[in-house]
Each structure stands twice: as structure tokens, then as C-alpha cells.
Design a protein around this ligand. Sequence first.
Ligand code: KIV
Ligand code: NA
Length: 265
Amino acid sequence: TRRVTIRDISAAKLEGERWPMLTAYDALTAGIFDEAGIPVLLVGDSAANVVLGYETTLPVTVDELLPMVAAVVRGTRRALVVADLPFGSYQASPEQALSTASRFLKEGRAHAVKFEGGAAVVPQVQALVAAGIPVMGHLGLTPQSVNQLGGFKVQGRGDAGTRLLEDARSLQAAGAFAVVLEAVPAELGAKVTAELDIPTVGIGAGPGTDAQVLVWQDMAGLTSGPVPKFVRRYADVRGVLREAATAYAADVTSGTWPSEENSYS
Ligand code: KIV
Ligand code: NA
């Protein structure tokens, strides 16, 4: 087996093939998704929420994400691993973006990086691509801008849709190999997909994008509380784990476990 490359991703668009992407943050679950044939894994800055317990993605640091990236790469054989650049680690300048991305490739052994923004981050995309680092863009609901967006809501309605398409074109022209479209009308997702030569990866962007991505804990039903409209839960991992922990606790308190079989003579 060899790793999936960005050339395979480009070829998929030409062939009209759809593909799935999931987030991953540790070696064990990444290995499971690799076995399931998920070709691209994203170590998202959503780790801030689903791993580290922060309210938003803003507080997470490069030092917190790096070990997760390294673990996901170690736990997989086939998937292309994309590292998300956290808030504040790339916006200042192309130099800053290059130095952060280099750490994710050198220390984390990631194969590509992703960061949020359109025209404003085009110099960053150009600098990384010139240095041989594949870049995935991210438009629409960009959670690192939550304070500016005024909440986690649908983006790209009306005139904003035209601006988003322009941003997508700019990212493509700058050399991005794919672009995530988050929480935009399905019609816009399909339009951007048709207009671009690079693949679009939708999350709440309707069925018309080239690829789809979900945070794995949402996909598998590990997260609690209300989930966004675009999530489909494929399992109840939260329920399974809660029952396992409850049964284990009951066995320990009652003395049913460990039994003789579980004990050394
Ligand atoms: O951080 C993340 O998980 C993401 C995906 C939802 C696209 O950016
Ligand atoms: Na992210």
C-alpha cells in the first residue's frame, strides 16, 4: 500500500469520483478510518472542541495540535493526512505561515496543511505551494472568525455567495489543491464545485460538492447535545461507551469482576 497523494485527489475530480474525508486526532481512531478506506484525514483545529474541551477553536495552539498530527500519521498507512493551522499561526505573513506549516510537515510528518480564508491568505497559499507544501483552503463558515461572523451560522447567501466564489477562484489560482466549503447553501456548493477545477470538500454545503467531511465524533455519535443540521449520526458511540463504563462500574462495585479467569494463580 502507498499513501494517497494530492495527484490522486486531482484525478478523482477528473473521473467524477466523490470521496469522504473525516477528522482524526489520535493513532487508534485514525487507524480505524484508514482501514475503512477513508482516503484523506484532517487533524482539524476542531480538536479544540472535541478533544481539549474549549468552547471555540481560537485557543488551540500549534504545540497542542502537533502531537495529534504525528499520532495520526503514525497510526495510518494509506491516508493523506492534512494538518489544520490554528488561529494566529499563519495570518500575520507568508513567512509565519511557512514556518508553522514546516513544523507540521517536519515534526508532525503531515502531507498537507489547511487554513481558513480567501483573498486575504492568497500570499500564504502561494508561499507554501512555492515551498512544495500542498494547501487546502477553507471558506464559508470559518470558525476562527466566529467573533466577526457573530456566531456559527450559514454563510454565502446573496451577494456573499459571489464573493465566496471569487475567493474560491483566488485560492485555486494561488495553487490550493482543494477547498473546504462549510455551512453554505447547497446551490452555492454545487456552483463553486462546477466552476473550479480543484475538488471542493463540503461540510453543510449540500450534496453537490466533490467530497464531504465531518468531525468524526459527530459522524459516530460521540458528541452530546444538538448537532448541526448537516450531520448524520452513523452510530451511537456515546451510548455504547456509557453502557460499557456503567457495566464495568457495576461489576467492580459488586465484586463480579475480576473473576478467577481474570486472575493470576
Ligand atoms: O477543524 C475541522 O474539523 C475542520 C473541518 C470541519 C473542515 O476544519
Ligand atoms: Na478547522
